[in-house]
Write a new protein. Structure first.
Length: 276
């Protein structure tokens, strides 16, 4: 069975697998582990891919909806929403766009055509509407808004797993972090601020969409020490002076860190003289 984004046309009649829900343990853990891997947004940005997404989502709702505790009415109404969205974004929109040039050509004939036959307007025949689930007779406006709300509800259900989300198309693909050297290094902006026993160093930075920034420091002839893996700016270096009462030079460097791996080179070393 093809997956929803495998390239099989949504209107081809093929079913997206699996045809039956996977088995689950008798006692499901209500606290499902979620991957920390960064992902793309699940809803396709390309208009041409959206009919497939909605058709797959409708099919998978019939499989997973009961397992997640949704009622038959909730499932059927959501399926109807997504069948209509797939139809509107697929067959209907394509037919409308194909009709546009024909309608324009007919108007040109009306305006400046020749011949002795009576003019007739080109008729538009919309594609056949999808068959809605039993008990559903209409789809109200706001189908996409309701679908996004349902996705949030699904991800909050105790029995939800990421495997389900991937199969339903409501989890985006993994973003592989770029290798170091291909992403610009972060920038550190140090400022001295008053501290308890001596001055502190406030290090401001901008994450630029990365998960973390790793900050290291050294002073004197020591090796680099890791101060923090931070996701919030600024970071405050509140260490005591090596020799109380004596100023010291501290060096700092930083790099971005994503999905458990470095994703940029180290930035240029920043030096700060910290006094008592």
């Amino acid at each position: 069975m093809p997956l929803w984004n495998s390239g099989v046309a949504w209107s081809s009649g093929a079913l997206w697998g699996p045809t039956a829900p996977p088995s689950f343990p008798a006692k499901a853990n209500t606290k499902t582990r979620r991957s920390t891997m960064q992902r793309t947004y699940y809803y396709p940005t390309a208009l041409a891919q959206r009919p497939e997404w909605h058709t797959n989502f409708a099919a998978k709702l019939l499989l997973y909806g009961p397992l997640l505790g949704f009622t038959t009415a909730q499932i059927n109404n959501a399926v109807a929403d997504n069948l209509y969205l797939a139809y509107g974004l697929g067959d209907w929109l394509r037919a409308v766009r194909e009709f546009g040039p024909a309608a324009t050509g007919a108007l040109r004939v009306l305006e400046s055509g020749t011949g002795g036959d009576a003019f007739t307007f080109t008729g538009y025949a919309a594609p056949t509407l999808p068959t809605l689930p039993v008990g559903v007779t209409e789809v109200l406006p706001g189908a996409l808004t309701r679908t996004f709300g349902l996705v949030r509800a699904i991800k909050g259900q105790p029995g939800y797993t990421e495997a389900m989300g991937l199969d339903m198309g409501i989890v985006g693909s993994e973003l592989v972090p770029p290798p170091p050297g291909t992403v610009a290094a972060p920038e550190l902006s140090p400022t001295l601020i008053p501290g308890d026993a001596n001055q502190y160093v406030r290090l401001k930075f901008i994450k630029r969409g990365h998960e973390y920034i790793v900050i290291q420091s050294r002073r004197g002839s020591s090796a680099w020490d890791e101060l923090a893996q931070s996701n919030k700016s600024p970071y405050i270096d509140n260490r005591d002076l090596l020799l109380p009462g004596s100023a010291e030079v501290r060096e700092y460097r930083a790099r971005f860190w994503d999905n458990g791996n470095p994703s940029s080179d180290w930035c240029s070393i920043v030096k700060v003289t910290v006094g008592p």
